[in-house]
Design a binder for this molecule. Structure first.
Ligand SMILES: [Mg+2]
Length: 176
């Protein structure tokens, strides 16, 4: 994976720091969202009330929402059940196929779409490769502490360090 695909455009503390005002000021009117550890933990089958409120605020500002997840179809469908947004499981990020489908569904294009996710090697790489306007990283809400996840996270560290080198003014919120 090329390095330029692994450095996020911005890091935010959580999704709630990403406001409709910020997105619309950047020309963004559509979101491609990761679900697990970005919006909710793996243990939450459905959106929590604060997440639902965040969706409502986005939609009210004219920002469309879609879910592009690498998790199982059943998980994604249940999460989206009462929302009816574009949603796809087993999306094979960093590949961009379902990001492009989400954009087609939302009537947006690369210049008006942002991705939000918690992983560099899948989410951010997918957004950058697809040429999206913004690829935004949030720290995982509650990381799985398996060896597999820990070693994946270790691979991210040099790119997080590079990001903070490029943005020396930013408070360091990446927690590992
Ligand atoms: Mg995730």
């Amino acid at each position: 994976m090329l390095k330029k695909y692994l450095i996020p455009d911005r890091i935010f503390k959580d999704i709630y720091e990403i406001t409709p005002e910020f997105l619309t000021s950047q020309g963004v009117r559509a979101l491609v969202l990761d679900i697990d550890n970005t919006l909710v933990t793996y243990d939450d089958p459905e959106p929590t009330p604060p997440v639902l409120e965040w969706f409502r605020a986005m939609n009210a500002a004219g920002v469309s929402i879609s879910f592009v997840s690498n998790n199982e179809h059943e998980r994604v469908e249940r999460f989206n059940r009462d929302l009816g947004f574009y949603a796809h499981g087993k999306s094979a990020k960093p590949f961009g196929k379902y990001i492009r489908r989400a954009m087609a569904h939302m009537g947006s294009d690369e210049s008006s779409t942002a991705l939000i996710g918690d992983q560099l090697l899948t989410d951010i790489a997918a957004g950058k490769k697809a040429g999206l306007r913004l690829s935004l990283l949030v720290p995982p809400i509650k990381d799985k502490t398996t060896l597999f996840f820990r070693s994946k996270r270790k691979l991210e560290l040099p790119y997080i360090a590079k990001y903070y080198k490029l943005h020396p003014e930013e408070e360091r919120i990446w927690i590992y």
